[in-house]
Ligand binder design. Structure first.
Ligand SMILES: [Zn+2]
Length: 346
């Protein structure tokens, strides 16, 4: 056990082999992109690949994609024995005990047995974590979180999630889903449906995938209250492209007033939801990643920094964009695979 900040502790298991000589495979499975790497215990990535995540509806294709990506890394890496383990960071919800990803869009719910399939394919132990939870470990060991025993990593991406380290303990929960903050209810009127099937969730409004739905709702509200007129020249109405989060962010940056209003509304919900997280877990550092934030830090971070004090009871933590870019989950899964933090038996 390595002591952090006096009484706070994180369970660190050190090997006699220097970290830089220890190797593992890690895979970060996002809803849009899957990344895999062969990496060292000091966080250096030796080789990596990425591709668009296969459809979750085809279980065999989904698993085979991950196996193929890992296989291509191992083929070029010399003896397979040098790799100690495989770390998986996956979008949730998960069942950590079974090593499965649950598909909430099907009824009854189906699941994909990823850990067992990878163990059978490669013979290595497989450590399995929620992607944002893994990214918290990445931040702690290789990013801005060094020596922060109370740390939150927030991802604003295709979905929304968080990883939470409290007093040096990584919060997992009974099934591994302790950080599913994207499914906090932020709209008691439940006007928008979430991908999980429930309504009113943060992710249904502010994730990259659902931002266009929130934009349409805002336009409907403006229309029904007779306030849409001042936005009638908005470029969002003039485009023949399907509305996407990228277009909304681009037009907000181009000073389109309607797009700016949408981003303002996103900022309000992001601020309230993050304040809730800070009031619950009292972190000293919050790092924010995920494609929506990483591509638009100028639109996402300032509203939070400006308004969050209005919602906090706890002392304000440092709130920054992750310095790890889109590799936080990959590096966290690497740390987990090498048991830099002891997660679970595999
Ligand atoms: Zn939801």
């Amino acid at each position: 056990m390595t002591s952090i900040k006096g009484t706070s502790r994180i369970e660190v298991k050190e090997s006699k082999t220097p970290r830089a000589r220890r190797l593992a495979i890690s895979v970060d499975i996002g809803k849009t992109t899957t990344r895999a790497c062969l990496g060292q215990g000091d966080g250096k990535i030796i080789r990596k690949n990425s591709c668009r995540t296969a459809s979750f509806e085809n279980a065999d294709g989904f698993v085979n994609q991950v196996i193929t990506m890992i296989g291509s890394l191992l083929d070029n890496s010399g003896p397979i024995e040098e790799v100690e383990a495989i770390g998986i960071a996956a979008f949730g919800p998960l069942d950590l005990e079974k090593g499965t990803i649950i598909n909430t869009s099907n009824s009854p719910k189906s699941s994909i047995s990823l850990r067992e399939s990878l163990k059978n394919a490669f013979g290595h132990s497989v450590v399995f974590l929620n992607d944002a939870t893994a990214a918290t470990l990445g931040e702690y060991f290789f990013g801005a979180g060094e020596r922060h025993a109370n740390l939150v990593y927030l991802t604003l991406s295709t979905g929304i999630g968080a990883g939470i380290l409290v007093d040096g303990h990584l919060l997992l929960g009974k099934d591994g889903n302790a950080g599913e903050v994207g499914h906090m209810t932020v709209d008691p009127a439940e006007r928008l449906a979430c991908g999980c099937g429930k309504k009113g969730h943060w992710e249904a409004y502010c994730s990259g995938q659902n931002l266009p739905n929130f934009a349409k709702l805002i336009v409907e509200d403006l229309s029904s209250s007779g306030k849409l007129g001042r936005f009638s020249n908005s470029s969002l109405f003039g485009t023949t492209e399907a509305l996407t989060s990228e277009i909304i962010c681009r037009e907000a940056r181009n000073k389109d007033e309607l797009a700016q209003k949408i981003i303002d509304e996103v900022g309000k919900l992001n601020t309230i939801a993050l304040a809730n997280i800070i009031n619950l877990y009292d972190p000293s550092l919050v790092t924010i990643g995920g494609s929506v934030c990483l591509k638009n830090p100028d639109l996402i971070l300032p509203p939070i920094l400006k308004e969050i004090d209005n919602h906090l009871i706890n002392r304000r933590p440092e709130i920054i964009i992750t310095p790890l870019g889109d590799e936080a989950g990959l590096l966290g899964a690497l740390a987990a695979a090498l048991r830099l933090y002891q997660i679970q038996p595999t």
